[in-house]
Write a protein that binds this ligand. Sequence first.
Ligand code: 9MR
Length: 371
Amino acid sequence: MNMKKTVTIAGLAILWIGAAHVTAGQDVPALKDVFKADFLIGGALNRNLVTGRDPNAAAIAEKHFSTITAENDLKWQRVHPQPDQYNWEPADSYVAFGERNKMFIVGHCLVWHAQTPRWVFQDDAGNPPTRDALLASMKDHIMTVVGRYQGRIKGWDVVNEALADNGTMRDTQWLRIIGEGSPDKKYDHIENAFRWAHEADPNAELYYNDFGLETSKAKCDAAVALVKDLRSKGLRIDGVGIQLHGGLMHPSVEGLEYAITSLAATGVKVMVTELDIRTQSRGYRGADIGQVSRASTNDPTAAAAETQKKLADRYAEIFSVLLKHKKDITRVTFWGVYDRTSWIGGSPLLFDRDYRPKEAFFAVVKTAQQQ
Ligand code: 9MR
């Protein structure tokens, strides 16, 4: 090969690498720098990203995120599918990814009504376990999972979604079996989960996480009451996660501010833990996986410039509220990295299906720069 040809090929290779970098948004400011003085910023990571099968998504996370959450791989069903079987590999990859990139690593989640294997709520004869047996399973699970990542996973969603939208307790097997239908025991499964999580890693931050705290005042008040109960019993709770699965019309600014200020008034840190904004805003507004799917939130107009402009304006509005309350907010985490892998349909995140930063990305950066 002559010299000229070699130079041309090398030049093309550089151009190509350059283009790939632009695709991954390497030429835009890093969100973690933009929000450095305000709060940690991050996203939920899936298995493909942390195991190297989606390198462009990994490049976005590496560049922009100072904190990460495992989207699925630390859920009971994934990590502890059978009584004596733990599946550590994906979770280990997740933690290793965070450590390589010096990120604040969050564990999600220990006690939830969904994604919990059937054997947890049924004995060999198919009957529900006794209260003591279920508490024993919970303790074993928490001690094992939190214990394995002691000192490495810095904060845990200990209990996820234990409240109903009207502010009563969500009717789950955890509540029914451990709470035994008694008002005196309604927080029992939650209190025990927090106690054991603290025992398993005394330095880890512990959180309660839920959706709709910003749309239902009753639910938010119930979360406040829960925090007060735990604190009154001397249990450690560091923060409450407002998931913030939002839409173009919800939550209202007042609803979001009510949630932030009333939770912060209890003395806990407030974090936005699962932020995304669906553009299809008819129908159910919550984040109950029984009621929301990619299909139910699909929006045929999602990619249209007009829709993306609305999305950008909405993100700007939400971030101006979050920045206004930054003294109470320690972390803002998006529920996903780019549109293609989001749990909802349409175009709800800051990066599009081809990994490119969208108008919403630039609106968020601008909002931070203007504060
Ligand atoms: O995004 C998650 C999706 O991939 C899973 O199939 C689903 C069930 O495990 O959970 C989704 O994440 C949920 C999170 O764990 C808790 N809050 C609501 C989120 C969206 O459903």
